[in-house]
Design a protein around this ligand. Structure first.
Ligand SMILES: [Mn+2]
Length: 411
């Protein structure tokens, strides 16, 4: 495992020129209320370079004219503090997980940075400056502003786009983690299928998913579960999960476990009472065909964007045939999202796939849906696939999805 993280740091070394330094922060949990924080989850670029998920620590990589190196800044052990909050990450364990063997403590961070800048004649500092909105502030952004204040001559640069490109192509190790996440997700979905009955509340069904995850040692879901019955299935990011499930309702479950912070992202839609109505079955089969059609198109070297156009023109034909629409553009009344996104350390993973061609090793979702609100029918069928040279491997292939398989399983 640590070989993977060591190799990732090597790519940063290779990217740096002499006189460059790069600084990464694991981050801190946001405050919830009073003295309570939200659960901590590490900055994904920091994790990608270290394999560590400890809050408040930093990694510095530098390439000086005389000296090149990396330093991991760990939290200072404090016996009194540790009685309350548990042990902080120690050098041995950090080295074992990350392969890093040079350490310092967080309180010396600024002093050491100053030393390195001076002794190694650093003129450019990279930081991960991912920023999605004007007021968003991160440890990295704060550090960059402070550094610019102290060293006005330094060039500050954003390393996020480079990391996003690296992360968009997965190693075998990463694909194994995603497969593990999918496998646990599968068990959770089967538990929901097995135990759901009409008359239950959506959250009662969701509880079976959560139970399977905890049982498998998963504490971090990839994202907030969507367990949406009937018309709720037509709300793309419905997550209240608090409606009583009607008798002829479909239940759309968009769920994912995470394993070593790698996400699974699977959607299955099934009938609450175990039998699709004829209408539900017809719509379901259109979506299922769409799922297979898009998987058939995916391979290295093709552009990402036309995949969704392909699905829409397929839908146009199908929806005209069942007389749901008259004009092609009316498809958008029943389908209005994208068919795919990158998957990895984030569920909507970093990467600029929209701009370029698919590459071998990218992991994508394939998630066509149809949402017919007037009939309270919302259906999405989502698989996760790995792009290969001449096709793709469906990583969630063994999660059942045909009408017969689902009805047979739920009987
Ligand atoms: Mn998805």
């Amino acid at each position: 495992m640590k070989e993977f993280f060591t190799a990732n740091r090597q790519k940063i070394y290779d990217y740096l020129n002499i006189g460059d330094m790069a600084v990464f922060f694991s981050g801190r949990p946001p405050k919830k209320i009073g003295d309570e924080n939200y659960p901590f989850t590490p900055n994904r670029n920091f994790y990608y370079l270290t394999g560590l998920s400890e809050p408040g620590i930093m990694l510095v990589i530098y390439k000086g004219s005389v000296e090149t190196g990396e330093i991991l800044f760990l939290n200072m052990p404090d016996e009194e503090e540790e009685k309350w909050t548990g042990a902080v990450l120690k050098k041995d364990e950090a080295e074992e997980k990350s392969g890093i063997s040079s350490f310092a403590y967080v309180p010396t961070f600024k002093e050491r940075i100053g030393d390195i800048i001076f002794r190694s004649r650093i003129s450019k500092v990279y930081a991960d400056m991912e920023k999605r909105s004007y007021n968003e502030q991160t440890a990295s952004l704060e550090f960059a502003s402070e550094l610019k204040g102290k060293y006005p001559y330094l060039e500050i640069a954003d390393i996020y786009p480079y990391l996003a490109d690296l992360r968009s192509v997965k190693s075998e190790f990463e694909i194994e983690n995603i497969k593990k996440a999918i496998d646990i997700t599968k068990n959770g979905i089967y538990a929901m299928m097995k135990n759901c009955r009409s008359g239950m509340y959506e959250y009662e069904v969701e509880a079976y998913f959560d139970y399977e995850l905890k049982r498998a040692g998963v504490f971090d879901k990839a994202f907030t579960s969507i367990v949406a019955s009937g018309i709720n299935g037509c709300v793309l990011h419905y997550s209240q999960n608090n409606t009583k499930i009607g008798d002829d309702s479909l239940i759309l479950c968009d769920v994912g476990a995470a394993w070593n912070f790698y996400s699974g992202d699977i959607t299955r839609t099934f009938p609450a009472n175990g039998r699709f109505t004829p209408y539900q079955r017809d719509i379901y089969n259109i979506v299922l065909e769409g799922n297979l059609l898009i998987q058939d198109c995916i391979k290295a070297g093709i552009p990402f964007k036309p995949l969704n156009e392909k699905l829409k023109s397929y839908y146009a034909k199908q929806l005209k045939a069942i007389k749901l629409i008259k004009l092609d553009e009316e498809v958008s009344n029943y389908y209005w999202h994208g068919v795919s996104h990158l998957l990895g350390l984030e569920t909507h993973d970093a990467g600029r796939h929209n701009e370029g061609l698919l590459k071998e090793g990218m992991v994508l979702t394939v998630e066509p849906g149809l949402y017919i609100a007037e009939k309270a029918v919302g259906i999405r069928i989502e698989d996760d696939v790995a792009v290969t040279k001449d096709g793709c491997i469906n990583l969630s292939e063994d999660i059942i999805k045909t009408v017969d398989e689902i009805e047979g399983f739920m009987k």
